[in-house]
Design a protein. Sequence first.
Length: 91
Amino acid sequence: MAYRRFMINQWLPAMQTLGLEPLELYHTMWGAYPLRLVVMHAADAKILHDALHSGEWDFWWKRLHRFVNNSDFCIVPAQDWFQFCNNEVEP
């Protein structure tokens, strides 16, 4: 419950302030814990770069880790079809 409140009331609004808009959330029950994927969109590369290199990003990324384990993120250029993470793209 605390995780959900944090995500809805703090983390997602903070990401929107950085220019990252939430698009989708996937929740999968697998094994003894849930897997979640939050898909965010930046209007352009500059917004994304500025967000990921800001002190606010660092602050909120650390706060998120109070609630989650084994988290990571990747950057995928937006397409009009289903996409997979391409770890070759640098933040």
